[in-house]
Design a protein around this ligand. Structure first.
Ligand code: DX5
Ligand code: ZN
Length: 222
């Protein structure tokens, strides 16, 4: 049975005060924290890398925050060890970034992290069918990766529906443009893990935004 999981993205946080800002976000009772790593090559933006994640982790222990790391990088094999060492608990790589997804999956497991695999909006969902039972989570992007604050793409929902029909016990994450106001569409399609940057960080009441999203997902799961 899958559970509702809400993962605020620290990409929308205050990079000048990342530790304090993250501790503040944790008071809103999120399930995970989503950690967006961008290399300026796989996507046209650079966020931060393992060194910054490690620094944050030294102030925010594993028991207090599960780091759900979304690796928007061209060479997913290269960053597995550094991210494990930095205290990442899951490592989601992009299908588009490798010819050897099985090798990447195996290396992530060896490094002791949970495994996620993601597809961009232009990639068809069926590429994930042979891989879904080998990973802990799939991530369906609902914006073009690279930037926070973009609009949710509802036309990605058939991908979620197809996956949910085939894999009832799989963690299906959606990422991009999600808020407490449009989550119903994603929850109805079968997503149970929801990333929200702007939708949580810029909400008037982030704790309520998280709680509302969680109960929306729960109502669709049960
Ligand atoms: C986009 C990132 C997202 C981003 C989402 O490339 O993968 O995780 O933080 O931000 P919002 O929720 O603002 O679209
Ligand atoms: Zn992300």
């Amino acid at each position: 049975m899958v559970e509702p999981i809400i993962a605020p993205s620290i990409l929308s946080g205050d990079f000048g005060n990342l530790v304090e800002d993250t501790k503040r976000m944790l008071k809103n009772n999120p399930d995970w924290l989503h950690v967006d790593i961008m290399d300026g090559h796989f996507v046209p933006n650079i966020s931060f890398g393992p060194m910054v994640v490690k620094a944050l982790r030294s102030e925010v222990p594993k028991e207090e925050a599960y780091f759900d790391c979304h690796m928007m990088v061209s060479n997913p094999l290269q960053w597995i060890e550094p991210m494990a060492d930095a205290g990442g608990q899951s490592y989601t790589f992009h299908y588009e970034a490798t010819d050897e997804p099985l090798k990447v999956i195996e290396a992530i497991r060896k490094a002791g992290m949970k495994v996620g695999i993601s597809i961009k909006p232009g990639t068809p969902v069926d590429v994930l069918f042979p891989l879904a039972d080998k990973v802990d989570m799939v991530l369906i992007m609902t914006v073009e990766p690279g930037f926070g604050g973009q609009s949710f793409m509802p036309d990605m929902m058939p991908k979620v529906e197809e996956l949910r029909a085939k894999f009832p016990n799989l963690n299906i994450e959606v990422d991009g443009g999600l808020t407490q106001h449009n989550i119903d569409v994603a929850a109805g399609a079968g997503a149970n893990v929801v990333v929200a940057g702007t939708g949580v960080y810029k909400a008037d009441d982030p704790a309520k935004a998280i709680a509302d999203m969680r109960s929306c997902i729960a109502s669709h799961l049960h």
